[in-house]
Design a protein around this ligand. Sequence first.
Ligand SMILES: [Zn+2]
Length: 309
Amino acid sequence: MSYEGQMLDDLRMPSKAAVETHLLTALLRHRGVVKEFAKDEDIVNELAGEFALSQQQRNATLERIYRKENRTVQSLLWLRLLFRAADNLAKLGLVSRPTATYKLSGKREWMLTEKGFDEALNLEGKQDLDKETLGVRSFEVQREVKVIISTPRPDSYDPVARDKRLITRASTSYFRSRGFRQAVIEAYDCKCAFCGFKLCSPDSLSWEVEAAHIVPNNFQGKDDIWNGLALCGIHHWAFDVGWLSLTPRFIIDVSSRVNSLSDKFAQIGKVDLIRMFGSKKTRMLLPTEKNLFPHETAIAWHRSNRFVA
Ligand SMILES: [Zn+2]
């Protein structure tokens, strides 16, 4: 047995397989990404806590001697165990390595792949959850998000996909549609662009906010950030049916039909969820980057085709 193997045995450290399982489920809790392992990093202490590691187990140091180079390297045994587990998950295609993730996000992190996402949901008994509605990142979807947010905003933009051949393979459009949802929700900081409502589930896995298409899917609206808005469930519905729209200057516009609406409608307590925008010329919340703002051509389409002026 190797010196390291002997140490793992002597200290009764958890098995690599057990660490792999815990790491996968921790990735799910951390919304798909954890930082590279380093001493006192949250994820390192969190997993040590899950295994109830003693101070001795947490701090045991392995000394390796590189004779050729005439140097010794000390490293924490627990960090090496975590690294080896993550490395094996990467070999199995369940996580992406920090070098690959860095190219996407600029951060050195381990990230779930789609395969790892499925596996983690299985381990947690949550395989019935719809991945599309979860705020968990995966490498494949994040690759689409990068394309969506880094494509330069065109001056003249057609938000309608007129050429059906644009939709090629099913998996491409599946990742694109999930990438759209994630990119929109992140651009609006998980808030409704109209009322600012922000709420996640108790396990932090899913957000109430929805990624709305300005030109809807059933009108061949494209999965581009310029055709998207993050909206709460109520305002998404009200936007789709034409109670609400936007002016070219991003002011929320309310249908004049609202005047014929009974006081019994649209109210929760004292708040009227439609008329709240009518009188004050409320500007919608916009992403921090101008490149990600809704496009005026998409807004114009909505005013002409959906809004009940
Ligand atoms: Zn809202």
